[in-house]
Every structure is written in C-alpha cells, then in structure tokens.
Design a protein around this ligand. Sequence first.
Ligand SMILES: Cc1cc2nc3c(=O)[nH]c(=O)nc-3n(C[C@H](O)[C@H](O)[C@H](O)COP(=O)(O)OP(=O)(O)OC[C@H]3O[C@@H](n4cnc5c(N)ncnc54)[C@H](O)[C@@H]3O)c2cc1C
Length: 382
Amino acid sequence: MDFALDDVAAEVVSMARRLGREVLAPAAAAYDRSGEFPRPELQRVFESGLLDPEIPESFGGAGLPRWLDALVTEELAWGCAGITLAKTANNLGLTPILVAGTPEQKERLLPAFTRTLQFAAFCLTEAGSGSDAASLATRAHQVAGGYRLNGVKRFITNGGVANLYSVFATINPALGPKGVVAFAVPATTPGVTAGKVEHKLGIRASNTTEVVFDDAFVPDDLRLGAEGDGFKVALRTLDLSRANIAAHAVGIGRRATDEAVAYAQERRQFGQPIIEHEMVAAMLADSAMEVEAAHLLTVQAAWRADAGWDFSAHASMAKAFASDSAMRAAERAVQVFGGYGYMTEYPVEKLFRDAKIYQIFEGTNQIQRMVIARWLGKERRQ
Ligand SMILES: Cc1cc2nc3c(=O)[nH]c(=O)nc-3n(C[C@H](O)[C@H](O)[C@H](O)COP(=O)(O)OP(=O)(O)OC[C@H]3O[C@@H](n4cnc5c(N)ncnc54)[C@H](O)[C@@H]3O)c2cc1C
C-alpha cells in the first residue's frame, strides 16, 4: 500500500489547493450573502481543467481517476462548498451519459463541456418522490421519433444555469422502477424551463431550482440506455457520485478544524491561549481524527470504484460518515469560537450551515445506512 502521490497527482492537488484558497475562499462570503451564481470563479476552475476532470481524455477531458477527483474536490470545498457544488452537479449530470450513453451520444454531448464553461444537472427528485425515487411521476409519452416529457423536477442543483439536463421519467408509473427511462435533454429544448428558485440555509452559492418539462420533445437518439433501464442508470450514477459528495464534507470538516485551531491558538482566556485548555484541545483532536477517517473512507470508496471493485456500500459509508463528521466538526468550530462563532463576520457559522445539506442530499444518511445494512447481509469479498 502506498499513500504517496506521484508528481502529476501532487501537482493536480496543489493546483486545486491554490484555487480553493486563493480564488474560492476569498469569494465565499459574498456569494453566501448574495446567493448569486459564481460564474467567474467557476470559469477559473474550468480554465484549470478541474471543472469536469472525470470526462475521459478521448472526449477532451482530463480523465482523472475518481480518487484524484475526490482529492481535488476536498481542496475546492475547503474554499467554498457552495461554489464547488456546481462542479459536482456537473459530474452528476454527465455521469448518466458515461454510464449508459452510446459512443455516438458521448461524442455528441461530452466534448462541449471540455471546450467552454458549461453546466449539467441531474433531474431525479420531484415533489412526491425523494428517497423513494422510483415513485417519480414525470411522464415520458412515446410519439413519432421520440418522447414528450411532462412533469416538474424539484431541488435541482445547477437548475436554471445548466446547458444539459439528465432527466428521469416514467413511461408507465404502474411499472415502478422498471418504467423509468433516462434522457439527455438540452436546456434549449422548447418546453424546458427553470421554475421556482430555492432560498437555502447553506451552500447559497449553488443554484437550486425546479425544472419544468411542459410537453418537451426529446428525440429517440437522446434516450440514455434502454426503456426501463433508467432507474438503474440513476442509482449507478448516484453510487459513482457519492464519494465526491463525501469529499465536499471532508473539505468542510477540514476547514472548520483549521479555522478552530487557528482561533484557539490566538484567543486567550484565563491568561493563556484557549487551545491550552484541555476541553478545547480535545474538541479539536476529535474533529481532526474524524475528518482524517472521513478522508480515508472517501478516497477508498473512490479508489474501489476506479478499480472496478464492489464500492456501493463503501461509497455510502464515506458519504454518511464524512457528512456526519463535517457537521460535528463545524459545530465544534462554532463552539471553539464562542460568541464570535455565531456571528456572520467569522467563517465558521457558514461552515455549520453548509455542512447540514451533506447529511440530506444524494440520499439521506438514513438511506445510506439502509444500503450499508443490506450489504452486510450479502456475501462480501474484498
Ligand atoms: C440543496 C439541495 C440540492 C439538491 N440537488 C438535487 C439534484 O441536483 N438532483 C436531484 O434529483 N435531487 C436533488 N436534491 C434532492 C435530494 O436528493 C432529496 O431532497 C433527498 O434525497 C431527500 O428526499 P426528500 O427531500 O424528498 O426527503 P424524504 O424522502 O421525504 O425524507 C424525509 C425524511 O424521511 C427519512 N426517510 C425516508 N424514507 C426512509 C426510510 N425508508 N427509512 C428511514 N428514513 C427514511 C429521510 O431520511 C428524511 O429524514 C437536492 C436537495 C437539496 C435540499
């Protein structure tokens, strides 16, 4: 086993670290206040080749392995998880094409994302179907040459800014998961509009909207995979994305710990820096320990996916553990800052607000525990 990075990987990580610290972190508070979409900062990430680094080299991308992309995401999320989410949502929106697209569909849809700054989004959730995603109600009616889509997707990251949507719809709700079909839908398609913009507790630099499909025509050649395979494509995509979501949480947890340590070294009470008080030091040690464990679970899950090993339960472990530990690390950081931690002038209250979503989206942590528990009942190798 070798934890050392080779020169190329080390350079990629240090580029991401510079972007996280010098571009994203200084801009984070302003976007958190305004809720605007951080296009200039994402342009910088794009120019560094790190916006969609998992697109294979054959389609003009960097073709980074998932474990290295996870390290990139950790560094960017250290700077601002909300800004970084546009990157992870791109990955989520493009993965159905990588998982189920034909060579022609990949050639047609992916290279545009490597040439100019573009965004993708993944449209699964609806008002009535969240954790129980297979109960979705968006309809795909077969017509000559393709399908007409009707329905409303809710809580879509990159909604409104995306150029391309991956959309999951049913040809017949009575078929349950077996009725689901996946499509790649250009945002310019007549009948596709962004609906209500959501105002959020945290990750406020990320755009979240409804996406409305009103008799939108999608030709047969933009269907991803066979009719009825759509739900499997959605689950596979979420499995593959989960380590990257965990990497966000590692970035938040690490930033919270770094901020808390720096503050505890400076702030003096009872005649000494508060880090000298054992109860404060123990909080910092707990955060450091959990964030490090979360990081190891995350790169392991991503590495297993790269290696073609069984990785779904490990990705769930990484996502649930990393987000629970980020939440705890952010909560401890607010505590270490005392009253100042509660004020918007200091960075830790934002980390506390940002951390919460990672326990909820891409499958709540209750759902992750269900996945892990089911895996425990199976024959396990490696
Ligand atoms: C900011 C944000 C961005 C998002 N981005 C996207 C996106 O880009 N694309 C997309 O498709 N979706 C997106 N989502 C949706 C997100 O994935 C869902 O909100 C999430 O999966 C939970 O679904 P729900 O909100 O309907 O909650 P529900 O499914 O209604 O769950 C409510 C509660 O019940 C619990 N629960 C439900 N079923 C069970 C069970 N069987 N056992 C135990 N507990 C259970 C849940 O854990 C949760 O605590 C986003 C959500 C948010 C908030």
